[in-house]
Design a protein around this ligand. Structure first.
Ligand SMILES: [Zn+2]
Length: 276
């Protein structure tokens, strides 16, 4: 039986890749992974320190500043009360605190792991079960929504946590990006390494611009801006192998980043929304 799409709830889906348990929705263009609950990843400190060492050691300050400035512009003149959901170790918030002192934004971080930092309010626990009386007007989430089993539940909680005219920023991987396209092409030719790495079960939802926009609009927000982008090369976590293979992999990624920037097919996407 076809699996129901977790984004548009349509049943026009098919099993795209049995080995990786990947299903594809013909209606909204979403790809999703169906796995047993026992396989789900846990996000303890090891997740930050080992598996994604380069990623977390090299925060994308350019993206952080762009997200802040764009969200601020969409919000208007209100004083900023921002919450970052799935804030990890708080890199985004700490950067805003030092870079945008003049705005004195109120900064809040939510994650399962515990954090402490002067001037930033951190809450630890399950976002979906939290109650907020703070009145955030910007709510952001970086690289979280690809991990959640029920994206609607997650976005719905974001939407209900802000007032009308509040801003939601969602950042995730881009399944329509050049890197994903090349990886799928190579997989079809019998070279599955990069494909299997990108579709590793640690990501359950693989959004295109279309499927992420569909999700957000179904939750009642207006998508104001869509940006596809890459990140710093030093943040790329390469597969373990010989020094030659690791350098070759980085060179390939560098080439694809350059071409994808021109084609607007960046590896990541950030969507900006306004609650109506
Ligand atoms: Zn769908």
């Amino acid at each position: 039986m076809n699996k129901k799409c977790p984004i548009c709830y349509g049943e026009d889906t098919y099993l795209k890749n049995q080995r990786m348990s990947l299903h594809q929705c013909n209606t909204c263009d979403h790809t999703f992974t169906v796995i047993d609950r026992v396989e789900e990843e846990t996000y303890e400190e090891d997740y930050y320190l080992k598996a994604h060492k380069n990623w977390f050691a090299n925060p994308d300050f350019k993206l952080f500043e762009n997200v802040y400035n764009t969200a601020k512009c969409i919000l208007g003149k209100e004083k900023i009360r921002l919450a970052d959901v799935g804030c990890g170790q708080g890199a985004f918030l700490k950067h805003l605190q030092s870079k945008f002192k003049a705005d004195a934004p109120e900064l809040n971080g939510i994650d399962i792991i515990k954090n402490e930092h002067p001037g930033i309010k951190f809450e630890s626990g399950d976002f979906l079960e939290m109650k907020f009386d703070v009145g955030y007007n910007i709510i952001t989430s970086f690289m979280v929504i690809e991990h959640v089993i029920d994206p609607h539940l997650f976005i719905n909680k974001m939407v209900e946590s802000i007032p009308n005219n509040g801003v939601i920023v969602v950042n995730t991987i881009n399944n329509g990006s050049l890197i994903y396209r090349v990886a799928r092409f190579l997989n079809n030719l019998g070279f599955p390494t990069s494909h299997d790495r990108l579709y590793n079960h640690h990501h359950l939802q693989h959004y295109t611009n279309k499927s992420l926009k569909t999700l957000l609009e179904m939750e009642g927000v207006e998508v104001v801006k869509i940006e596809n982008h890459n990140y710093q090369l030093k943040a790329v976590d390469v597969p373990n192998g010989s020094a030659f293979m690791m350098s070759f992999y980085k060179l390939m990624v560098a080439g694809m980043f350059a071409v994808s920037s021109v084609l607007n097919l960046g590896h990541h996407q950030t969507l900006y929304c306004k609650k109506k």
